[in-house]
Design a protein around this ligand. Structure first.
Ligand code: COA
Ligand code: ZN
Length: 314
């Protein structure tokens, strides 16, 4: 069965937060405006985190104020605590994406506090927001933690249950450091969709071990229809050793289109954005599509080969 598959572009948050050289605010705005023309369901624009923790995204307010919002695209921002939510509410994003980890070591590394403290802090945020803006909860390291290893899905389910009790309807299940495999993804997809049929789930994969697209296919086969991706495959987590990029948006989206799903994305505009990103970052990125182009980009037959073909009267 073919589905509508929704993609959320996270490059200017998950991708940019790992870059060493500060990317100027106007370049961030230009790229987001370009991405807004591609047909994404959602764009994660930036994060309202501590500028000491993530200096790259210290200009979150200016970026949110500078972009041109396109109807039909949801503009979301990542939030770690109440201070972040208060700052974000000034610029009225369409959604706040609250984040915490499903392992203590990663939560202490990323948030500098225990999982219970994070849950308490995010509870405060949810009460503060008071349904004025949609809330999504991202659960990091849900398939495995780089410090603790395998994460028991019961931890993930428990957190979804507790956030649901606070009225949260949207969740992102994150494979922060690419530890998931397709079988594990299938089990997680079945678990969350069976236990919480009314809730919305995005799956967020990193390609750290080369399994990103296989995990995406497995998730689609098991009923998941919303995914995060990062232009060019840029990304990682500054607090997770060895973490590399997210699944590459254009590779993931093109594959999803080729197997017949409706993504609503204009792939040629997206490839233009990926080329633009390479000029911003100043180095080739892991994405494949930007190098090879779409499969209808054909190459001329060389003269010698043409001669051979003529001789054999094909
Ligand atoms: N926005 C702006 N400033 C913030 C802030 C926010 N959301 N949260 C905290 N701060 C400021 C505080 O005001 C304080 O400033 P001061 O030193 O000038 O007084 C300083 O940061 C420290 O505040 P504290 O509450 O002690 O936070 P912390 O240093 O323990 O850091 C986090 C906790 C969660 C705020 C920080 O680790 C963070 O932002 N992490 C983001 C992690 C992330 O985005 N990871 C990648 C995505 S998964
Ligand atoms: Zn990520």
């Amino acid at each position: 069965m073919k589905n509508k598959i929704h993609f959320n572009e996270v490059v200017t948050r998950d991708g940019f937060q790992n870059e060493a050289m500060f990317i100027p605010t106007d370049q961030k705005i230009t790229l987001i405006n370009q991405l807004s023309q591609c047909g994404f369901a959602k764009i994660e624009v930036t994060s309202f985190t501590s500028p000491k923790a993530i200096p790259m995204l210290a200009d979150a307010t200016e970026v949110m104020q500078g972009i041109e919002r396109v109807a039909g695209v949801e503009y979301t921002v990542l939030i770690p605590n109440l201070k972040g939510a208060e700052r974000a509410m000034q610029v009225r994003p369409d959604e706040l994406n609250l984040v915490m980890s499903t392992s203590q070591s990663h939560n202490f590394s990323n948030m500098r506090m225990s999982m219970e403290s994070s849950f308490g802090s995010l509870t405060e945020v949810i009460r503060f927001v008071d349904h004025q803006i949609a809330v999504n909860v991202s659960l990091s390291t849900a398939f495995g933690c780089p410090m603790e290893g395998y994460v028991d899905p019961r931890v993930v389910i428990d957190l979804i249950t507790r956030f649901s009790d606070l009225g949260v309807n949207r969740f992102t299940i994150c494979d922060t450091t690419g530890m998931a495999n397709p079988e594990q993804v299938a089990q997680m997809a079945e678990l969350v969709t069976n236990l919480f049929p009314q809730k919305s789930f995005i799956f967020h994969f990193h390609n750290t071990r080369g399994m990103g697209l296989a995990n995406l296919l497995s998730a689609i086969d098991h009923g998941i229809t919303q995914f995060d991706g990062s232009l060019g495959g840029l990304g990682g987590c500054p607090y997770a050793p060895g973490a590399t990029g997210n699944i590459c948006s254009e590779d993931a989206i093109y594959m999803t289109q080729l197997i017949g799903h409706d993504t609503n994305i204009d792939i040629s505009r997206l490839l233009d954005a990926a080329k633009k990103l390479e000029t911003i970052i100043g180095r080739p990125l892991p994405g494949q599509m930007v190098k090879a182009g779409t499969i209808d980009r054909l190459h001329p037959v060389s003269e010698q080969v043409q001669d051979l073909m003529n001789q054999s009267q094909l």
